[in-house]
Design a protein around this ligand. Structure first.
Ligand code: ADP
Ligand code: MG
Length: 709
């Protein structure tokens, strides 16, 4: 399966977007289609049957019949300057368009008021003013609708509005006809503005993209270049207050970093020589020289941006439902209008009365409020979560997070800090220093928290060139070949696996066994600390009626000690698990749960479990690249309590979505009922269309933020 992306131009109507998306998804070779109205992108998942030229031809033909002028184009090769130019041009056009609309609104509105003030003084003049106002306000709507009916598109919003207002003129409700058009246009105007604003504010939230880097060339001069041009191994200089452009390692200088763009915490982090630093953080007052370790595309910041951008491609069920619903809503309302306006009077007479009531239906026939506000709510929530250092990879996960029964935690690095300290080194025939050196050789390439601890005070005299082989054995430890010797570092299971005789030791921490060429050398005792917020997190979860579990590869003793200290039930703690045991244990838990199960891990050895959980959460963001890719949610900061925050955002998101659906549909249905009974008028209809739409959009963009306070 591959993904292709197209650019969408001149499409603003959300209902139309849904139709085009649906059409594309039925076309040859398209497995999945997603049209993002906010980003103006059309993303397809395709297979071998897909033929680009044919697809573009057909979809453009269809799109143009739905909303004239719509274009779906191949993405232009990305060129920074071109892009900037294009964006400026678009901005200019949009401004011009807005100005034109404003003028039309003011002119049309003034004439409309003038016509009302005239009262019954001069009926003719009033009619003339009304007609001029109508043309100024709704001319383009009428024009568009004519274009659309020639293409056979009778459910078009413009067409229905045109019929409704022409109808009102016909039955003599001139004021209503112009009023409906006026408020329809005012509504559209503000709705566009609200959508654009909320999009802008979310983009600003994510505006952590670094613009430049200071490269130090061979001559020692510093030149300013685009971060995209940096190569691995380049030396860059980061001055006070600048953004870190790519991931790297400090080789000179000391400073503090503000990592709030990544983690949502503004607490400064101290860095010095050998510290790994992540792109997207902001340098404090020191000057740093940094060796580039990842090119821009692989750096943390690029990953975050693309994750959040891709999130809108994974739609939640409620979003899909709304799109589907919208396809039926308009035809149903239009048919009801025909029944009320044309069929009822056949039996009941009073054609004009029923015809007038039917017009009310036509005004309400756009599902815009829902189609716009529901995806916007998800968009806002995902944007907001990212501000807290929580990256959610799709609306579907956000939705699933409102229906959670159990959260399964990994221990080391997740509930505990994973920053062990060495308590004791024990060996019969070797000195402490000698034993530690053997262990360090074994762990030389390890990224496991245990390995990192052993490497913390690294002796310089280990020569990398002598390391002939290295293998990590998840759940056991490591095996390395150095200068012709075989070195094992790991737990007692590893010793048994290699038939090495070693007495098993009990310790309220972790015991590391070291062997060389089949001979047991000694023990290193290390201990870990529980994270400050682990206990609070488990308590909070149990208050929310969510069960917590622990799966660990560590010993029973230490597993239960940690688990019980933070308030987990003993029967929910599973120890001595190899990575594959973790998978089967998690499957068991999933099987007996009625609702969703989350797995939270630090990413070391966790990829398989992360992928089978209903929602896989990788913590520490940078733990491992694989985990970040497999996970559905990435928490940038090493804090389990972020899970509670995430659940809160998910629940609020749901609340806002429901509010909008109930509110928008409720009002529309109410007005339709009142309309049939003769209690509603055109004014109420227009409010329940544009007014409701506007309120729903505002609620979507403000709702989540308001609740978070
Ligand atoms: P957890 O499930 O608690 O996160 P892991 O599955 O990562 O733990 O590891 C389980 C056990 O395997 C550790 O407690 C340790 O005994 C052993 N182990 C794993 N990796 C290493 C290593 N690099 N060095 C030494 N021991 C290791
Ligand atoms: Mg772990």
């Amino acid at each position: 399966m591959t993904k292709v992306e197209y650019e969408v131009k001149n499409l603003d109507c959300a209902g139309c977007a849904g139709k085009i998306q649906h059409k594309a998804s039925t076309m040859a070779g398209v497995l999945n289609a997603n049209l993002d109205l906010y980003k103006k992108r059309f993303v397809l998942e395709i297979d071998d049957l897909f033929e680009e030229e044919l697809f573009l031809h057909q979809i453009n033909y269809f799109a143009d019949s739905i909303e004239p002028g719509t274009e779906i184009l191949k993405m232009a090769e990305y060129d920074e300057e071109e892009d900037l130019k294009r964006r400026k041009e678009e901005e200019r056009k949009a401004e011009l368009q807005e100005k034109r609309e404003k003028i039309a609104l003011i002119a049309g509105g003034t004439l409309f008021i003038g016509a009302i003030l005239l009262g019954n003084l001069s009926i003719q003049l009033k009619l003339i003013l009304s007609i001029i106002a109508y043309i100024i306000l709704g001319g383009d709507v009428v024009l568009k609708s004519f274009k659309n009916i020639t293409k056979g598109n009778l459910m078009d919003e413009n067409f229905l509005m045109t019929i409704a207002t022409f109808g009102a003129f016909y039955i003599g409700e001139h004021t209503e006809a112009v009023g409906v058009m006026l408020f329809y246009k005012i509504g559209e105007y503000f709705q566009d503005k609200a959508v654009a604003n909320s999009r802008k504010s979310i983009e600003k939230l994510l505006d952590i993209r670094p613009d430049y880097a200071n490269l130090k060339n061979e001559k020692g001069e510093v030149v300013v270049i685009s971060p995209k041009k940096l190569k691995k191994g380049d030396i860059i200089v980061i001055k006070a207050g600048e953004k870190i452009p790519v991931d790297g390692v400090v080789i000179k200088g000391e400073s503090t970093l503000n990592t709030s763009a990544l983690t949502g915490e503004s607490l400064p982090v101290e860095v010095g020589v050998n510290s790994e630093i992540l792109s997207g953080s902001i340098n404090g007052s020191g000057v740093l020289e940094v060796r580039v370790s990842k090119i821009f595309a692989d750096s943390t910041i690029s990953k975050i941006i693309s994750m959040v951008e891709d999130a809108s491609n994974k739609k939640a069920e409620s979003e899909k439902f709304i799109t589907k619903f919208a396809r039926y809503y308009t035809p149903i309302v239009v048919i009801s209008a025909i029944v009320v306006g044309a069929i009822l009077p056949l039996f009941l007479g009073n054609f004009n009365t029923w015809f007038g009531r039917a017009l009310i239906f036509l005004v309400i026939s756009c599902p815009c409020a829902l189609v716009l506000s529901v995806p916007l709510t998800f968009f806002s929530s995902i944007g907001l979560a990212s501000k807290y250092g929580i990256l959610v990879k799709g609306g579907n996960y956000l939705e699933a997070l409102t229906d959670v029964e159990a959260i399964v935690f990994d221990k080391t690095g997740t509930l505990t800090k994973g920053k062990f300290k060495i308590d004791k080194i024990e060996s019969e025939n070797y000195s402490e220093k000698e034993l530690l050196k053997v262990a360090q050789i074994g762990e030389y390439y390890s990224t496991h928290p245990i390995g990192k601890t052993i490497l913390a005070q690294l002796d310089d005299d280990i020569d990398e060139a002598y390391i002939e082989g290295y293998k990590e054995m998840s759940g056991f430890g490591v095996i390395a070949y150095y200068d012709g010797k075989e070195i094992l570092v790991g737990n007692h299971k590893l010793m048994r696996e290699y038939n090495i005789k070693a007495d098993e030791r009990e310790y309220p921490g972790t015991v590391i066994y070291i062997a060389q060429d089949g001979e047991f050398l000694g023990y290193i005792y290390i201990s870990d600390e529980i994270k400050e917020d682990s206990e609070k997190t488990i308590k909070e979860l149990s208050r929310l009626k969510i069960d917590s579990y622990m799966l660990t590869g560590d010993s029973k003793k230490i597993g239960e000690m940690v688990g019980e200290k933070i308030g987990m039930k003993r029967e929910n703690i599973f120890t001595h698990l190899l990575p594959q045991d973790k998978v089967s244990k998690l499957q068991e838990i999933i099987k007996r749960s009625k609702k969703k199960v989350i797995f939270v891990g630090d990413g070391i050895n966790d990829a398989p479990v992360l992928s089978i959980a209903d929602i896989g959460v990788a913590m520490g963001g940078v733990g491992s690249d694989l985990a970040v890719e497999t996970a559905d949610v990435v928490i940038m900061k090493d804090e389990p309590s972020k899970i509670v925050e995430l659940l809160k955002i998910a629940n609020i998101n749901k609340k806002v979505v429901i509010q909008n659906i109930v509110f928008a549909l409720g009002i529309k249905i109410l007005v339709m009922i009142l309309g049939v009974l003769g209690f509603a008028n055109m004014w109420m209809a227009i409010f329940s269309d544009v007014g409701v739409s506007l309120l729903a959009v505002l609620n979507a963009s403000l709702g989540v933020k308001r609740y978070m306070k």
